[in-house]
Design a protein around this ligand. Structure first.
Ligand SMILES: [Zn+2]
Length: 109
């Protein structure tokens, strides 16, 4: 009787041990799956951020080009129209044009 009881106890222990190992394997497999999903999600986010960065870079490049164009135009304006209206800053090629502009545009009504 004692021997059978010990045998049953031994079987029960080995069964519990086997289940424990299986349970741990399932848990660790689930962790690996979760980590893989997290990694995939992070990679997707990185791709989105890279795309956004690309668009921002393009916008900045375009903005820089516009600024350069405006600066070139401003320089041209400066050299071709050196006479400025003291009231609004508009440039003219001849001083007489500024005088006429002041009379016609800024004259008191
Ligand atoms: Zn003016």
């Amino acid at each position: 009787m004692d021997a059978r009881l010990q045998e049953l106890r031994r079987k029960l222990d080995s069964l519990m041990q086997a289940n424990k190992e299986e349970g741990e394997a399932i848990v660790s497999a689930a962790r690996v799956t979760a980590l893989r999903e997290e990694l995939a999600s992070l990679q997707a986010k990185r791709a989105t951020l890279a795309a956004t960065l690309g668009r921002i870079t393009q916008v900045l490049k375009t903005a820089n080009e516009v600024v350069e164009e405006v600066e070139i135009l401003a320089e041209e304006e400066d050299t071709t129209k050196p006479h400025k209206c003291p009231k609004c800053g508009k440039g003219f090629t001849m001083k007489a044009s500024v005088v006429r502009h002041l009379r016609t545009v800024h004259a008191r009504k």
